[in-house]
Write a protein of this length. Sequence first.
Length: 123
Amino acid sequence: MAGKKGYLLVEGHGEVEAAQNLITRLSHDIGIYNIPWSKPLRWTNLHQWQGGKSGGVMAGAEFIRTKPDAGALLILRDEDDQCPRDLAPQIARQLRTLNLPFPRPYVLLHPEYELLFRFHPSS
């Protein structure tokens, strides 16, 4: 992935800073030091494929496709209402239809991203 970097899309203001911390910690915990990540971008309507007048997963993925240095896309968001087990595979299938030239996981955290910090092995 030389010369490439990962992009993160998040929905809320609080997730912008938290996601940067999260991806940095996880990368170091699993021993991956050579993948630079951009500052997370706040993107609206990540709970929808098409975001109506603005945002949405499809528009976010297409925006990242325009970045010449895009080597990966991570879409990270909370899911309080729907079951992630049902929604995530549906969005992942739709993402595959875009034929993006990089990996593009769609991660739903129930109920919130903070759950990743509750039980850390070093605690």
